[in-house]
Every structure is written in C-alpha cells, then in structure tokens.
Design a protein around this ligand. Structure first.
Ligand code: ADP
Ligand code: MG
Length: 381
C-alpha cells in the first residue's frame, strides 16, 4: 500500500507527498449496545485501513483525491462547508479541519490530499473512522503537532458526529486510534478509557457481510436507546452499566417484560466482556468463542436486534470445524457476522458458509479474512 499511495500521489498531483498516515478499520469483537449504557466493549483494529498522503500548497487551495473517485475536488481554504454530491466523501477530512479549532488546535491552509484504502467502505468495518483518523494525523503532522491518541480519537468522533452527522459511539474511532497488532482494545465507554488486551496467537477473524439492512434500522436504534434509558430509570440508576446481573434479577418485577429483556442483554453483555478479558488472559480461545456465540444468542432472543440472515450465518458457522464462536458485529438489524477461528479455517470453509447462506437467501455474503493490526499512525516515507 505504501508504494501504491506514493506512486498514485505523484500521478495525480505531479509531486511527492510530504506526509503519509494510515488508520485501520475495526471489528466490534464483543460488547453489543453497551456503549451508550455506560458499559464496556472489546474491539479489534484489523490489518486493513485507509491511507492518506499529503503535501502542503502555498496558494491556499485544498485539493482532494481518492482511489474511490475519479475527479480532484478543489475547495478554497477560507470556508469549510459541508459538501454534497460526488464531493460528499470530503466531509470526512473537512470535518477534521472543522473540528481542530474546537479542540484548540491549528490545521494547515492549502494542500494536496489523497486517500487510498484496502478496507471496503460501507461494510461495517468503519472506513469512516479510518479516514478521519488518518486525515487528523496528516493535518496535525503538517503543522508539526504530535497529538496524543485521545486527541486524534476525539477529533475523529467529533467530525463524524457533528460535521458528517452520524451519531456513532466511541468504538469506531477508539479502536482505530488505540489498536495494536496481536491485541484487542478494551474500552470503558464512561471515561472513555482505553487499554489493550493481548490476543492469543493463532486467532483469525472472518467477516461475512450480508449487505442487508432493515428498512427501519434508524427507528430501531432509537427505540433500543429509549428502552434502555427507561429500564435504567425504573431501576433507579443513571445507566444500565450501574446494575449487576444479580441486582437486575432481584429487581425484575419493577420492569415490564420488554424492558427486562433489553436490560438483561446489556447487563449480561457487560459481564461477558469482562469474562472475555479473563479468558483472553488465560489464552483460552475456546472460552472466548463461547462468549461470542452467547452474545449473539442474547441479541437474538433478548435485545432482538438480529435477523434471520445473521442467525443463519451464526448457526452455520458454529457448526463448522475450527470456529471458536460467531456473533453479529455492530448495531444489528442487518449487517455482518464475525467469526473467531483458528488458522485451519480457510477459504474452503468460508465458501461452504457462503453457499449455505446463498441456498437460503439467494445472494452471497461478502467474505473478508482479517487479523489484528496496529492503530492509526504516521508512516515513514
Ligand atoms: P463504514 O464506516 O462502515 O465503512 P460509512 O458509511 O460510515 O461506512 O463510511 C463510508 C464512507 O467513508 C464512504 O462512503 C466514503 O465517503 C468514506 N470513505 C471511506 N474510505 C474512503 C476512501 N478510500 N476514499 C474516500 N472516501 C472514503
Ligand atoms: Mg462508519
């Protein structure tokens, strides 16, 4: 990728880049809908990401190019405005520029900018956080700043929430910023605080993206937020993370049956994240896998954010050799399933899973094999 972006930058802009930055995509490993309930989540930065190459310009023009679009988009440095149409993707780097002053930081004026990616966009692997963080590192590098990881994470999330207008939680940017090869990122969403947990050797990820999305997904998310907040209120706590599984069981009669199911998913999921950290520290991938599958079953029956497509993938995967466990990854109501496997699981097994899916639903899922990777960083050129 490094040679490719250097050469493409020269082709597009006729000059050498001064800075190259890279940020990875991420997988939600376990911790489903725990973030806005004040809970914990484990994520994995993967070995694919977005690369940004940058060189400053004296004339104040900001010129943006991407491997995903043909044309160069020129924006004067004076005004940062939201872009529509084919220039829409530049809202990610522009959102970073717009967010810098609010963090008391300075950005560059004119520049040539190229984004390139070996991470599929819109596949639930958070290419958006990756392009935000790579852009932030390039822009701050251009003015000689060496930001803390927290700062870069915050900038990315601010740009996505307030400039792009997507209300994502802290997982996407937090994992892209704090990822580390052979590690998972543990996030206590209340701080937020970030730490890494070693990933036992020989762990592989396989992601099966169904490209299905429930028509009412935004409404369902909002409804789940509301149900969780109502359950917390009925339990007399600020957030569901303040309730232990035992305390919840003891207070069951204070909740209506639906609120109880939602709360039970969140409270037990937070306990599963803690159990996963323990199992990881004991190098027990089989136990980790069982927790992943239990997380999916809880989504299926308690939080009710799974779909027949995702359930079929989990059913087939958990019946396939060399799979430790599988679960829906991300918000649910469509999207992707992630499997944790040993090295023996390969293309043949993945094809078998995809065929079982196609036999039932017609279309084939996209299949991606990934391993853990490092977090966002400048790349020496
Ligand atoms: P996800 O984050 O799951 O990949 P999003 O819809 O949040 O999906 O973000 C995808 C968007 O990020 C793309 O539509 C595009 O605007 C932007 N993006 C990602 N990678 C690139 C790239 N290499 N070049 C330009 N834009 C990109
Ligand atoms: Mg995204």
């Amino acid at each position: 990728m490094k040679a490719a972006i250097l050469s493409k930058f020269r082709n597009v802009f006729g000059r050498q880049p001064e800075i190259v930055a890279r940020a990875p995509g991420r997988i939600e490993f376990i911790g489903n809908h725990t973030d806005y309930n004040g809970g914990t989540v484990l994520g994995a930065a993967i070995d694919r990401g977005v690369w940004v190459a940058y060189a400053s310009r004296a004339d104040g023009q900001r010129r943006f190019a991407s491997d995903q679009r043909g044309e160069i988009i020129s924006v004067p440095a004076a005004a940062i405005q939201r872009q529509e149409g084919p220039a829409r993707w530049t809202n990610y780097p522009l959102g970073i520029l717009a967010s810098l002053p609010e963090s008391g930081l300075r950005g560059p004026a004119g520049f040539d900018y190229l984004a390139m990616s070996d991470l599929p966009a819109g596949a639930g692997l958070s290419s958006s956080a990756a392009i935000e963080l790579a852009s932030a590192l390039a822009f701050l590098g251009a003015v000689g700043s060496e930001p803390e990881r927290e700062t870069v994470v915050k900038l990315g999330r601010h740009a996505e929430n307030h400039f792009v207008g997507v209300p994502c939680g802290i997982l996407d940017q937090g994992v892209s910023g704090f990822g580390r090869e052979n590690h998972l990122v543990f996030i206590d969403c209340r701080g937020p605080r970030f730490t890494t947990v070693p990933m036992p050797a020989g762990a592989h990820f396989w992601i099966f993206n169904t490209h299905t999305k429930h028509a009412l997904v935004d409404g369902f998310y909002a409804q789940r937020h509301r149900e969780c907040a109502e359950a917390a209120r009925a339990l007399g706590v600020p957030l569901l993370a303040d309730v232990s599984p035992d305390a919840l069981a003891a207070a069951a009669d204070r909740l209506n049956p639906v609120a109880f199911k939602r709360a039970r998913h969140v409270v037990e999921e937070i306990a599963r994240v803690a159990a996963a950290v323990t199992a990881l520290r004991q190098d027990d991938l089989a136990a980790v896998g069982r927790l992943l599958t239990a997380s999916h079953r809880s989504s299926q029956t308690l939080f009710e954010n799974s779909t027949p497509e995702l359930d079929l993938l989990v059913d087939v995967l958990t019946g396939t050799a060399h799979v430790h466990g599988a679960r829906l990854t991300g918000g649910g109501f469509g999207g992707a399933v992630m499997a944790l496997t040993s090295a023996e699981f390969g293309d043949a097994q993945a094809r078998g899973v995809a065929e079982a899916y196609a036999a039932r639903f017609g279309a084939r899922p996209d299949v991606l094999h990934a391993r853990t990777g490092d977090g966002a960083a400048l790349v020496a050129i």
